[in-house]
Ligand binder design. Sequence first.
Ligand SMILES: Cc1cc2nc3c(=O)[nH]c(=O)nc-3n(C[C@H](O)[C@H](O)[C@H](O)COP(=O)(O)OP(=O)(O)OC[C@H]3O[C@@H](n4cnc5c(N)ncnc54)[C@H](O)[C@@H]3O)c2cc1C
Length: 383
Amino acid sequence: MARAVVVGAGLGGLAGAIALSRHGWDVTVLERRSEPDETGAGIAVWPNALRALDVLGPGPRGLGAQARAAGTVEVGGGIRTMSGRWLARTDTADLRRRQGDGVVVLRRPDLHALLRTAAPEVTTGVGVRRVDPGDAARPAVVHDDAGGEHPAELVVAADGLRSTIRAAVWPEAVPRPTGQTTFRLIAAHDLAEGGESWGNGALVGLGPLPGARTYLYAVVPTAEVPRDDHLPWLRARLAGWHDPIPSVLDAVEGPVLVHALEDLRPPRSWHHGRIALLGDAAHAMTPNLGQGAAQAFLDAVALAEEATDDPASLAAYEARRRPGAEAVARRSRRAGEVALWRSPLAVAARNALVAALPAGVAAAGLDRMLGTPDTPHQKETSS
Ligand SMILES: Cc1cc2nc3c(=O)[nH]c(=O)nc-3n(C[C@H](O)[C@H](O)[C@H](O)COP(=O)(O)OP(=O)(O)OC[C@H]3O[C@@H](n4cnc5c(N)ncnc54)[C@H](O)[C@@H]3O)c2cc1C
């Protein structure tokens, strides 16, 4: 049986490990942390991600069925101004008709846990120091920081935005700051309708979680963010925004996660010798389109379908996944910049354009990004 070593047990690495073992690989998963850090906050799982999870089994609808059951389907959505005026409304019934699913929002640790349960055993507390990439004549060898050596016909670098493996082989691919910081939190608030609101150089997103809870994320320029006391600062920053944003901020449960946002300067290729990049290690993107994990799940499905013990097979994986994932990453970064515009003239023009965009055009653009149930692994885009 051909051996695969998956480096990293985040959402992408776990999906890759599940997909490869379903295709008959003998999979080892190495994770540097003693326990993967999947604390707090929610995650939006778009229909393309659900379709990829469906393929990961077990059973006909696989992990997709478990994700749908663990989350809440968004019943409303769209883009509003900070005063609450809708610029564009998502027709969620039409989205479900076209896509076969709505957007499912769940707690991130729940998504991680259901992947972990389905994945081969994860060896935690073992970081990878370096990889000899191997070639057609010899296996790759993964060297861990405890002195262990793991020969393999395939090494999956799923070690995230700051990938050790990518840094050694693709030094040109470095994280790129966006100048934006995100806040994520969960509140004891029963949300009637989700969506995103833009105004005053900031954006706020709301999504419904099971148990009458709300997932709120906010993005603001990093230069404004204080070192600590984040929640009082955020309440003051968003005072005067439309309901229910202030009430959600008054009902926070648990930690407020604060991260400076970065994406990745694309690597020149996605494979070298027997090493393949997957997930954020290949294409970390800003969260504006809610597509980072979705694209990692699509990578996992494609890699398992294309990879053989001949390293030349990895070219087919790259050809299938790279154009689409990088197009989504570019679009995501642009969306984040536009949402945080501040100049009154630019904001007025942006809002008018968003409001004037025919619903059919917006839906067609979304379907190009997500693929459809008839083109389940994403129609690649070049925008
Ligand atoms: C604020 C925010 C909101 C987001 N919201 C969404 C959303 O709503 N929907 C969506 O689809 N996506 C979203 N994303 C993107 C999504 O979270 C990521 O794309 C996804 O988690 C990436 O998974 P990964 O496994 O590729 O990387 P990671 O989650 O970074 O996992 C990498 C793993 O590798 C381990 N590791 C690192 N180095 C080594 C080493 N040398 N040896 C061994 N192990 C190592 C790490 O400990 C880690 O466990 C969001 C991202 C952010 C930042």
